[in-house]
Write a protein that binds this ligand. Structure first.
Ligand code: 1GP
Length: 248
């Protein structure tokens, strides 16, 4: 298969991409459910699977979820890093990301120094990404001790995005937090999209076709849904959200 970066960036040139996020915490996801969700989301039209969560992820659970998703859906798998203590070579790539508004060096660069030698040895492709956590931020903002960007603080979001681009990052991720009661605003998505020349991924709290459509129309290059796909068993609704994200 082509490299992950080529696959994703080619798709994002043509339109908004939908990414399914699964949390490989063994208390939340079995291999059987990973297979089932992966098959459903593939049928719904998702483009790739991200694997990651804030707590409980181990190298073993990550590896077995990646294998289950790959075997079931045959689509690319991307590690969305939980911690430098959970690593695998069973994914097609890693969003090698810095939590750019964290106040804890572990999540800015220190964890990366522990992980990088293993990643280099494994040969897994990396795509550099700046992760900007916006209110409400949810669990990930507490764990990473993020200095949250306000929901309406567009200037701050632009500042972090421009800084990321100047650092040479390949992707921006605007994160409202898993399970957020309000997603990133369309105004913030548009402003960040217009400020930088690198793709903008948006996630957190997107669980309706309307919210997915709003993020796409605002300019998101990729839309992530996690909680919703784990909780929704209705294939028609899943498909409606994925199609709204992709504009198909
Ligand atoms: C979390 O942005 C992702 O990192 C997805 O959020 O679980 O709310 O879809 P949800």
């Amino acid at each position: 298969m082509t490299g992950l970066k080529e696959y994703l960036f080619e798709k994002m040139k043509k339109g908004t991409v939908h990414l399914t996020l699964l949390d490989p915490d063994p208390a939340k996801l079995t291999d059987a459910s990973a297979r089932e969700i992966a098959a459903k989301l593939k049928a719904a039209g998702t483009d790739a699977f991200m694997l990651g969560g804030s707590t409980g992820v181990t190298s073993e659970s990550l590896s077995s979820a990646a294998i289950a998703v790959r075997e079931s859906a045959g689509l690319p798998t991307i590690y969305f890093p939980s911690s430098h203590t959970a690593l695998t070579s069973e994914v097609d790539g890693i969003f090698f990301m810095t939590v750019i508004n964290s106040t804890d060096p572990l999540y800015i660069t220190h964890g990366h120094a522990y992980a990088a030698p293993y990643i280099k040895m494994s040969g897994v492709e990396t795509i550099s990404m700046a992760y900007i956590i916006v209110e409400p931020g949810m669990t990930v903002s507490k764990i990473t001790k993020a200095k949250l960007v306000g929901h309406d603080d567009i200037d701050m979001a632009i500042g972090y995005a421009l800084a990321a681009e100047m650092f040479g990052m390949e992707l921006i991720y605007l994160e409202a937090g898993s399970g957020a009661d309000r997603p990133i605003s369309p105004e913030m998505i548009t402003a960040v999209r217009e400020a930088v020349n690198i793709p903008v991924i948006v996630g957190g709290g997107i669980r309706t076709p309307e919210a997915a459509k709003a993020a796409r129309e605002a300019g998101a290059n990729a839309i992530v849904t996690g909680t919703f796909v784990e909780q929704c068993s209705d294939s028609d609704i899943l498909t409606a959200v994925v199609h709204a994200a992709k504009g198909i």
